[in-house]
Design a protein around this ligand. Structure first.
Ligand code: FAD
Length: 317
């Protein structure tokens, strides 16, 4: 079922989760082990992230170094199919522009459609590890809006090969990313939202936000988006904090603020268990406030800390 349809029919706030594919060589069982307990809360959707290939330097047999491309976390499409099969839950694959030609993207969309997947999150992706700034594949997309255009074209039965007449129309519900504290490349929040509006005007159906640790950023973002004429649902991105290392790592990687109260509480912690307790209490407080404000979806970045999310959900529902 499409996410938007699910939202329209939902009588209460729905739960969704986001997971990463295991690193290459690891079993999918570790993913199931972290998801199994959370299924008690009947998540409506599970997002699966996409990870572009990275260039690494490898020593050849003659001793010289050469650049080789490796994908450390392959399997997004297969994992989506496996999750749908195992749990009967809707899976939402992330699709990125970085490293993909338009043709590869079209083929991926055809695979997803064959598998009965009806939701995708359309993203640009970040710069490759060896690049300073994002550069698109020579035959790929520069911005997420171009990827949205391609998905909409396929939804209209328009394939890249012009001689395909009467092409099957896909029917993807399209999500895009939004940044309550603005995207790090954007000069200001209003300009960022103006570009977000372009993705919505092209036909994207909903927005999932970057993580935030102060709900005020989310409420302010909704107000600003509505002022810009964006009316689609805006889903929360919620991440549990569980270590002091994250207090500086998360702002650096995701360009988001850690509120001073959260920082101070975390800094008082003597061990990992204390940090997890603070992270749990903070997330619980965020969720209670979001529920009180009729937030449509609690979307959790599950990543490696499913226990915290389990404890939070257990206290909420
Ligand atoms: P865009 O919408 O293309 O925006 C990128 C920047 O360009 C912004 O600053 C925007 O304001 C600006 N911009 C947009 N359009 C234009 C235009 N026409 N002209 C000039 N400027 C423009 N990354 C992954 O690699 N894999 C994932 O699975 C993944 N999942 C994510 C899930 C969520 C919910 C979020 C919030 C992010 C995720 N990311 C993921 C990270 C994301 O790919 C990066 O944040 C990336 O830098 C931007 O992606 P975007 O889709 O927002 O890009």
């Amino acid at each position: 079922m499409k996410l938007t349809q699910h939202l329209a029919e939902a009588k209460k706030t729905i739960i969704s989760l986001e997971v990463l594919p295991p690193t290459k060589g690891k079993s999918i069982e570790s993913l199931y082990a972290s998801l199994d307990p959370l299924m008690e809360f009947k998540p409506s959707f599970i997002n699966v992230t996409y990870h572009r290939a990275e260039q690494i330097l490898k020593k050849r047999s003659d001793g010289l170094l050469e650049h080789v491309e490796i994908r450390k976390r392959p399997g997004t499409v297969g994992i989506c199919a496996a999750l749908m099969f195992k749990y009967g839950v809707e899976a939402i694959p992330h699709l990125i522009c970085g490293g993909f030609s338009k043709e590869e993207t079209e083929n991926a969309l055809i695979d997803l459609h064959y598998l009965g997947i009806r939701n995708v999150l359309a993203l640009r992706g970040d710069a490759a590890a060896n690049e300073k700034t994002f550069s698109p594949h020579p035959n790929g997309h520069k911005y997420a809006e171009d990827l949205v255009k391609q998905i909409i074209s396929l939804n209209n039965g328009q394939y890249m090969e012009e001689d395909i007449l009467d092409g099957v129309k896909t029917d993807f519900c399209i999500g895009v990313a939004g940044y309550p504290e603005k995207h790090f490349e954007s000069p200001n929040l209003d300009t960022d939202i103006a570009f977000l509006k372009k993705k919505i005007d092209l036909g994207a159906d909903y927005i999932t936000t970057q993580m935030f640790f102060d709900n005020k950023h989310y409420y302010n973002y909704i107000d600003k988006c509505r002022e810009h004429g964006i009316t689609v649902p805006i889903l929360t991105g919620l991440k549990p904090l569980s270590s002091k290392k994250q207090l500086t790592g998360i702002p650096r990687i995701f360009n988001v603020d850690i509120p001073v109260e959260l920082y101070n509480e975390m800094m008082k912690c003597k061990n990992e268990a204390d940090c997890e307790k603070v992270g749990t209490e903070w997330l619980l407080m965020q969720c209670r406030d979001l529920l009180a404000n009729n937030c449509p979806v609690l979307h959790f970045y599950t990543l490696s800390k499913p226990d915290i999310i389990y404890n939070v959900l257990k206290q909420l529902f």
